[in-house]
Design a protein around this ligand. Sequence first.
Ligand code: ADP
Ligand code: ZN
Length: 633
Amino acid sequence: MSALPLASSDSAPSSGADDPQSILHEIFGYAQFRGPQQSIVDHVVAGGDALVLMPTGGGKSLCYQIPAIARQRAGHGVTVVVSPLIALMHDQVGALHEAGVDAAFLNSTLDWEQTQDVERRMLRGEITLLYAAPERVNTPRFLSQLDSLRERGKLALFAIDEAHCVSQWGHDFRPEYRALTVLHERYAGVPRIALTATADALTRADIVERLQLEEARQFVSSFDRPNIRYTIVEKKEATTQLLRFIEREHEGDAGVVYCQSRKRVEDVAQTLVDAGINALPYHAGLDAAVRQKHQDRFLRDEGIVMVATIAFGMGIDKPDVRFVAHLDMPKNIEGYYQETGRAGRDGAPADAWMAYGLQDVVNQRRMIDESPAGEEFKQVMRGKLDALLSLAEASDCRRVRLLGYFGEKSVPCGNCDNCITPPQVWDGTDAARKLLSTIYRVQQQSGISFGAGHVMDILRGKATEKVKQFGHERVSTFGIGDEFSEAQLRGVLRQLIATGALSVDAQAYNTLQLTDGSRAVLKGEVQVMLRESISSPAERKSRREKTARGAPSPAAATLDTAGQARFAALKAWRAEVAKEHNLPAYVIFHDATLAAIAERAPATLEDLQGISGIGTKKLEAYGTDVLRVCAAF
Ligand code: ADP
Ligand code: ZN
């Protein structure tokens, strides 16, 4: 008989010490807290309010799950977790069950009987973590249940996940979040912890005000995600560029491709499928059942590329997404950072890749201009777009700029395109003046404005049909810019539009219009520095060629042959278990945990102890099976 401190098969977390460190070890199987987790947990366990800003993958869940378990064990009862996504509650709760924690959710997917069952258990104070959507929290029924818990001292904690949803400055504004002030007003004294992975200063202040967290202690982590490599390329044939990127760097990997429109999602997904890539579309226009099916496949199968609008992603905590690609530019840096942050949660190398072009600038400006919002709001949105444009146009370290946007100082990172291959910079001041004066002269001569292509043709001296039709070869700037390539001029135009020295009239066929800001550039008072066209991907060395090519997983890259075989067998076993439990594979064990098992080649249950990710419950539930799988080698 082994002397392991196995828990009884009773899954209620009643045994064991109730200090956070023991819970971390016993329930989650981790040796140490990460970064600020320990101080956050201590603060909340002691009954303090907290606002936690931590990047995706930083480990936010434990910051409220461990206090919930500790406070339940200390007799304080139920923690209510407000989470915006019904579709993911099932997996979150499933992961807690796997770890032996009593958790449940209340949402519209439950039938009446199931709902009543959960409510009864909640009212008895048995459930440790109860997940609920914000709209449910505000129903009279739920509030009266909370009242009852409160009266009996069984309301332990409120955790408000994705707290940026409360702010219209955030990128996922959810009006229902506004009503969460009821938690503070009605249940004063019950501690609250709000968590988000994204918030610039403006959004942060808004969260504090909206959720009345003025007294809460703020825990702000570094937003750096060092394992993510940032690359922004100039858009030419976007889909072809994407295909090449996936084939060269991410064959067989799971990834997300963001596009702006539903139609484009469909087209791109089809192109990838035609090229033999395992891609699925996801957008709000698809039937809810289809969406759910695609999301499940993405979470449960390996190596799926999800082509999606921004409707996809919030709360997706799949740890082994190896790349996030943007075929169209997001609205602002918060969106970009949040979306790219879904890559590489497991800490292994991952890519954030974006193709960006003139049309993106035009589209985003137009969307702001045409939105029904007030002028003040539009002004803020324009400022945010400008920050993203200058990130895209930057010729210095992308990460320094990204972190700088969130108020963090840093040094060049060595893991972005600009650090790895510093771009050539050229002085585009002269080209910018010539472009602006061409636009001015053509407008003078013809009384109407023209689009980018035509203006560039004139400047480069191309006597196209259209140029001849309007007599524009007689414009005095005709051909005076023939030393510039079209790519260079596009770069200049992007920069001019990005900085407001030129505008695009969406109502009139995207024609170019001079602005008040044009004058300073025309006079040569503003220097326009630009990055050379980015070198083609073929010139870049593929990371795959440099490292273990075709390794099944970065986690397993260092294993020897026997280890690889064990790893593969463990993965096959895990897939079976996951299917049986109707949960994603990573909820059973992460790749990194399987790799550590494969490396140790365990013969006894003791050999499995101390491997990160194996808590008491999982050791008990799966230990023997894991040994059996490993024994086959
Ligand atoms: P977030 O919600 O901040 O994006 P998660 O809570 O999903 O991050 O955590 C990211 C990953 O890191 C998860 O797989 C989690 O199990 C793991 N993790 C969190 N804290 C620790 C820790 N202290 N030690 C080891 N792994 C951890
Ligand atoms: Zn860098």
